[in-house]
Design a protein around this ligand. Structure first.
Ligand SMILES: O=C(O)CCC(=O)C(=O)O
Length: 273
């Protein structure tokens, strides 16, 4: 004869236990999710050996000293790891709109001195890669990192960095490419690539550098004294002013479609002057 009472009790106990187990699992998974939300994405980049800057000088043909372009500074996996850090949940609150772009500042804003803030793992790993590659002064590893995000066709108005970034700027390009113009310090410059900006009498940059994803751009000296900018455009037209066409794998006359997004990471060593 079936004992209904014990069957009922057993079923009740089973349900209570199942409920308890579900609640415990939910609690664990939500505390894991909180941890994941809060934890900065780890970022491991392989060790660098010092670069011979002379091997990467571009710009001499156009009489611009101090321009260097290093293709494939990062591998595709390293680029993905850095982008995971840029878009990690803990970095989301750092985005600030700035003109057509949005930016993240790490280590304070460029003009603030003595900001004691450790760089997040992606920025620290890239800063270490840049200094191990020997492209910043010895003992002067970057302590400020600016991340720019451009959504096609956004660009950046021609500008000069003033004293803030002196003496050398290092910029890593991620995700999408773009053509950067270097303009004379004074005088007209084009901010777009519309028909007017392409007329023969339109202002002409001193030099242009095509920035491939995963590349490193360095500018100092004469190049630092110029203004630089990226036009608002969906397509970059490669002209004879492009000083790194061969190494960037483009040629005069090419029309290179911009990717949907370009991310650039700018490294700065802030010193009290
Ligand atoms: O995105 C770039 O490559 C240029 C960025 C720049 O000029 C700046 O942040 O001041």
């Amino acid at each position: 004869m079936v004992d209904m009472k014990s069957l009922f009790e057993a079923e009740r106990a089973r349900r209570i236990e199942a409920k308890r187990a579900t609640a415990a699992a939910e609690e664990t998974s939500s505390s894991n999710a909180d941890e994941i939300r809060a934890a900065p994405a780890p970022c491991d980049l392989s060790p660098r050996t010092p670069l011979r800057l002379a091997d990467h000088a571009v710009g001499a043909d156009r009489g611009v000293a101090g321009l260097h372009y290093v293709p494939d500074f990062l591998s595709a996996d390293e680029e993905a790891a850095v982008l995971r850090g840029v878009y990690a949940p803990d970095a989301a609150s750092r985005w600030v709109a700035s003109g057509q772009r949005r930016v993240q500042n790490w280590g304070g804003r460029p003009s603030e001195l003595d900001v004691a803030e450790p760089l997040p793992p992606f920025a620290a790993a890239l800063a270490r890669a840049v200094s191990d590659a020997g492209v910043v002064a010895e003992g002067a590893a970057p302590n400020h990192v600016l991340v720019n995000e451009y959504r096609r066709p956004a660009g950046i108005t021609p500008h000069n960095d003033g004293d803030i970034y002196n003496p050398r700027v290092a910029i890593v390009t991620l995700s999408g490419g773009a053509l950067i113009d270097f303009w004379a310090r004074e005088g007209p410059a084009s901010e777009t690539d519309d028909e007017d900006a392409r007329r023969p009498d339109a202002p002409s940059p001193r030099a242009q550098v095509y920035l491939r994803p995963r590349s490193l751009l360095l500018y100092e000296g004469d190049a630092y004294a110029l203004r630089h900018g990226i036009r608002e455009a969906s397509v970059d037209r490669i002209t004879p002013l492009c000083v790194n066409a061969a190494v960037a794998g483009v040629k005069v006359g090419d029309e290179v479609e911009r990717g949907e997004t370009r991310v650039s990471v700018v490294f700065v060593r802030k010193e009290r002057r």
